[in-house]
Design a binder for this molecule. Structure first.
Ligand SMILES: [Zn+2]
Length: 156
């Protein structure tokens, strides 16, 4: 798919040192449009959409909030920790608002695996279907999210 001028501008804001020190793209050399298209296809192959993924991320973050920075048990088989750092970040897609620097760590005790995501990850997945570039510090693989957070397609 062709990268629009607007996408190109957004991708410039994702470079290291613009919004965050390390940027949002890692070692990914692809155009933003291709990153988006590929992750979208991956999520669809699992019979899900970005809203369903983000909803589950929010649910577990909210459940973990009452731990006030420590791991707490969340039924049926998770430990969740939510830590907040000072400061807020804007979204590189340029929509209004800023996002607190909140990291949520979810450990799935059944699988013995964990994943970390930020409030900005949640927003970018929900609003833009963006999981960050390969090799980015906060890249979240759609497949890992779905697996570790036990996200299942909704049955009609
Ligand atoms: Zn945004």
């Amino acid at each position: 798919m062709k990268q629009t001028v607007q996408m190109k501008r957004i991708q410039e804001k994702m470079q290291p040192g613009v919004i965050t020190r390390d940027g949002f793209l890692g070692t990914d050399r692809r155009n933003l449009v291709d990153i988006l298209v590929e992750d979208d296809a991956e999520v669809r192959r699992m019979d899900l959409d970005h809203q369903a993924v983000a909803r589950r991320m929010i649910e577990l973050r909210d459940a973990g909030m009452r731990g006030l920075g420590d791991f707490i048990t969340v039924e049926p088989h998770y430990e969740v920790r939510v830590d907040s750092a000072r400061g807020k970040l804007p979204c590189p897609f340029g929509d209004p608002g800023v996002f607190p620097k909140t990291n949520t760590t979810v450990r799935n005790l059944n699988l013995d695996r964990e994943i970390v995501y930020t409030d900005l990850n949640i927003h970018m997945i929900l609003a833009h279907g963006f999981y960050e570039g390969k090799g980015a510090a906060f890249r979240v693989e759609p497949r890992d999210l779905v697996h570790i957070l036990d996200i299942a397609p909704e049955r009609e």
